[in-house]
Ligand binder design. Structure first.
Ligand code: CTP
Ligand code: MG
Length: 381
């Protein structure tokens, strides 16, 4: 059983205007369509994109780096409803859950997509919705206000909207008439449409000026985030000394549940801290036998994966190790290489420094080694 996303991109973007259809215009240096394709492709088993016939080549070109099969594109219809309907007929047999998304909402987050998938799978439908804070009026044909609606029973809705495939197909086959979203068809089957929290930033690019707003939201997302980590372990005889993912010849090694690599532990905590994802003990518990003797470098790879699932990538890190002995300088290049590989950044973005504490404190007395790390991460573009 699989979950597929239909991306509606077959509109003409008449209200937005511009030299190209709005979903091919540039946002943060790349075409608008790339954002939803990238995020939905990651979260789902496949995507089908409805586009206008005359735009197919331009969309293929814009999405050349996304490794899409040729049949990912389908020619849309004259309105959104018929575009989605055509895409529905192209779903693979094993697909049982469908997300329908407007390409005009490029700022949809992975968190929202996952929320929709999770609720739609359990409940049959999931539509992201937001409460209304403005007072809402009904107007007459001359545009004069004639009624104030009760906003507590009103919601604005967004995409992606998720449904069991059979439910969505019945809605498209049995309900007639125009529809600006998919939920409106399911509602008419007299079946419940479940709402989940939407996101204020998941705006639909509709009018000139919306792209500028989207650029501002993106810029705010790209603000780097910083995290701090600290760790210390005891030195004991009969253990290998692993620091920064490298084994260092010494007569003692660090004690711990895993390989007790303090430098990597501090770095993991800094990365998790920057992403606000808790700490190392929460993800790799030292009471969990699965991590007994674990390679900390391995945990670093997993941490970077976890960050990636939350849309973050490491930018750089600086680690300071306090050890009276042994001399670490000769090993630092190898450590930087290992850590940079795990963080998927160049070596020039991982700094490691070592210091003695001039004989003071537990590090100075050779009882243990400590490490401090700061890391900077940013949202994946
Ligand atoms: N859409 C579609 N097929 C259509 C019309 C619209 O797939 N025949 C898609 C649009 O590409 C958009 C989404 O449905 O991603 C929501 O529609 P809207 O915001 O109205 O976009 P457009 O129809 O392109 O814009 P406009 O109405 O201003 O022309
Ligand atoms: Mg439209």
């Amino acid at each position: 059983m699989s979950c597929w996303a239909i991306i509606a991109a077959a509109g003409s973007g008449s209200r937005m205007g511009g030299d190209r259809v709005k979903t091919l215009q540039e946002l943060g240096g790349r075409p608008v369509i790339c954002y939803s394709v990238e995020r939905l492709k990651r979260a789902c088993d496949g995507v089908i994109i409805a586009v206008r016939e005359q735009d197919i080549r331009a969309f293929q070109h814009a999405l050349a780096g996304y490794d899409l099969p040729e049949d990912a594109f389908v020619v849309g219809g004259s309105d959104r409803r018929s575009s989605v309907h055509r895409a529905l007929s192209r779903l693979p047999e094993d697909c049982d859950l469908v997300l329908v998304h407007d390409a005009a909402r490029p700022l949809v987050s992975r968190t929202l997509i996952d929320r929709v998938i999770d609720h739609a799978r359990r409940l049959g439908s999931a539509v992201p919705a937001e409460p209304i804070t403005d007072t809402v009026k009904r107007v007459d044909q001359q545009g004069r206000s004639i009624e104030t609606l009760q906003r507590t029973v009103l919601r604005t809705v967004q995409t992606p909207q998720g449904f069991h495939r059979t439910l969505l197909e019945s809605a498209y086959e049995e309900v007639e008439g125009p529809a600006s979203d998919d939920a409106s068809l399911v509602e008419q089957l007299d079946l419940p449409v479940h709402l989940v929290d939407g996101e204020p930033e998941n705006i639909k690019l509709t009018l000139p000026g919306d792209l500028e707003r989207a650029e501002e939201i993106l810029a705010a997302h790209r603000m780097p985030r910083v995290g701090l980590g600290y760790d210390a372990h005891r030195l004991e005889k009969g253990r290998p000394l692993i620091l920064g993912g490298v084994e260092i010849p010494f007569d003692r090694g660090l004690m711990g549940h895993s390989d007790a690599d303090v430098a990597v532990h501090a770095l993991i905590d800094a990365l998790l801290g920057a992403a606000c994802l808790g700490d190392i003990g929460q993800h790799f518990s030292d009471t969990d036998m699965a991590y007994a003797g674990a390679s900390s470098l391995d945990l670093l790879y997993r941490t970077v994966d976890l960050l990636s699932q939350h849309g973050f990538v490491p930018s750089n890190a600086d680690i300071s190790i306090a050890a009276q002995q042994p001399r670490l300088a000769p090993h630092i290049p190898a450590m930087r290489l290992r850590l940079a590989e795990a963080m998927k950044v160049s070596e020039g973005r991982v700094s490691i420094k070592a210091t003695t504490t001039e004989g003071m404190g537990f590090e100075g007395r050779g009882e243990g080694i400590s490490a401090r790390a700061v890391a900077l991460i940013h949202i994946r573009r």
